[in-house]
Design a protein around this ligand. Structure first.
Ligand SMILES: Cc1ncc(COP(=O)(O)O)c(C=O)c1O
Length: 449
């Protein structure tokens, strides 16, 4: 069986025995692995890295890439032919610059939220034409703190598109809000503006730029929160950046996203009061030295993550351009075989996920198994939130969401993809569909993509 969505959450966790480094200036270990109680030498770890993720996993190291994820360094190893090829769904673009930046932070001893996080926030806000950025521990935390800062509470209604990862709905439900799920557009896979009109009494509405595809502004007078978790670098139909819609926008920096800080998220807003409230909510509810405004958790980002974010922002345009090239080629090659997500007129998506709806008659699990046999990882595309027991079932049918979820797959697309990998993906998808439909076996046909 194939992992649900090639489950993006299956990121290797840090060693649970790792010593926690809290505020202040800790004693700095020269070798970062000492901080995690790892007794191997730098050379041993470097050796594991050179031999690849399997060797690292065998030796108990916790830096083996996630299922569905590999780094740029992994890609170079694969090109050298040292690892059996499996093209992953995603490969974070992490290179020597990121490694050096994190190492520099570790040597500095300043590990918790500081100038690099601040710089990352400023770069994000500038990029998305917002006044303020508040970095937090994840995209889910960004949504949760935003709802809380907006005063969403028990019994308030919050409108959320039904097709998505559960975070926006769970974040509202955790505050006791009643989630109202709405169906999505069959071409865009985002909730259409008119879906919000009959929920004028709701306390807030969430629009999602699903898989990086820019949403259209909803017909809703109240506070709008843009879930732009996947949408850094996308442009709305108005020409403005994704992340500039509504009272606040929320981003994720999970390794499956456009840029990554490992885990991480951010909220962007033009509202100074809201930004201040969010900064307090991410930091135990502090409003000044020794003064707590309200009980709140710790959702700060570390300086290591800040360093990653700053480095990744420096290469954002390059990452987006590469994604665009691959997406155009793959979409061309797959046309006629699968149904692809369509952007609203004038909008420009970042192609965070290459989603495809399989034709009738092609069994998805069989398709994904065959794809894997051909060296290509695929996954289920998304979730129908009304089917989760954690959320309420609306009265109306959500048939578009169900169709996309039942027939949708995610396919590999990442900036460091080689042309050969792209061709392999296109050929594998087409030949598998042709075979399962009972047509000709296109593996014999010409390669493209
Ligand atoms: C649309 C959407 N919102 C929110 C999130 C949550 O982000 P994170 O995993 O950083 O908590 C995700 C993650 O996949 C997402 O796809």
């Amino acid at each position: 069986m194939v992992d649900e969505m090639g489950d993006p959450r299956r990121v290797p966790r840090a060693d649970p025995g790792a010593r926690r480094i809290a505020g202040g200036r800790p004693e700095v270990a020269r070798r970062p692995q000492e901080l995690a109680g790892d007794r191997r030498s730098s050379q041993e770890i470097a050796g594991d890295r050179r031999r690849g993720p399997r060797a690292a996993a065998r030796s108990g190291a916790c830096d083996a890439p996630d299922a569905g994820l590999a780094t740029d360094r992994g890609a170079r190893r694969r090109d050298a032919g040292s690892i059996p090829a499996m093209i992953p769904l995603a490969r974070p673009a992490l290179g020597d610059r990121e490694v050096d930046a994190v190492a520099a932070v570790l040597r500095s001893g300043m590990l918790v939220q500081g100038p690099l996080v601040e710089r990352f926030e400023a770069l994000l806000a500038e990029r998305c034409a917002r006044r303020f950025g508040v970095a937090v521990s994840s995209g889910t935390a960004a949504l949760q703190l935003t709802f809380r800062a907006l005063g969403v509470g028990r019994e308030d209604a919050v409108v959320v598109p039904a097709l998505t990862w559960p975070s926006p709905a769970h974040a509202a439900a955790e505050l006791g809000a009643r989630v109202r799920l709405v169906d999505v557009d069959p071409a865009e896979w985002n909730a259409p503006p008119e879906a919000y009109a009959k929920h004028a009494d709701a306390a807030a509405a969430v629009v999602i730029d699903q898989f990086g595809n820019p949403a259209r502004p909803p017909h809703f007078e109240g506070p709008v929160v843009e879930d732009a978790a996947c949408a850094l670098g996308s442009l709305l139909a108005s020409g403005r950046p994704c992340g500039s819609l509504g009272v606040a926008s929320c981003f994720s920096f999970h390794p499956r996203k456009i840029l990554t800080t490992g885990e991480g998220g951010a909220i962007l807003t033009d509202d100074e009061g809201l930004a201040e409230e969010l900064r307090s909510l991410r930091n135990h509810g502090l409003e000044g030295p020794g003064r707590f405004r309200r009980p709140a958790a710790n959702h700060r980002l570390t300086e290591m993550q800040g360093a990653l974010g700053v480095e990744q922002m420096g290469r954002l345009d390059d990452l987006l351009a590469r994604r665009h090239t691959h997406a155009v080629a793959l979409r061309d090659a797959l046309e006629g075989h699968v149904e692809l997500q369509v952007a609203a007129e004038g909008a420009r998506p970042n192609h965070q996920t290459l989603g495809a709806i399989l034709p009738e008659g092609v069994d998805r699990d069989t398709f994904l198994e065959r794809l894997r046999e051909l060296g290509v990882q695929g996954g289920r595309l998304s979730y129908a939130l009304h089917r989760l027991h954690t959320l309420p079932r609306p009265d109306e049918s959500l048939e578009v969401t169900e169709r996309v979820v039942d027939r949708g797959v995610a396919l590999p697309l990442f900036p460091s993809m080689s042309e050969a990998e792209r061709r392999t993906v296109a050929d594998a998808v087409r030949s598998t569909i042709d075979t399962l439909r009972g047509g000709s076996d296109a593996t014999q046909g010409g390669a493209s993509g």
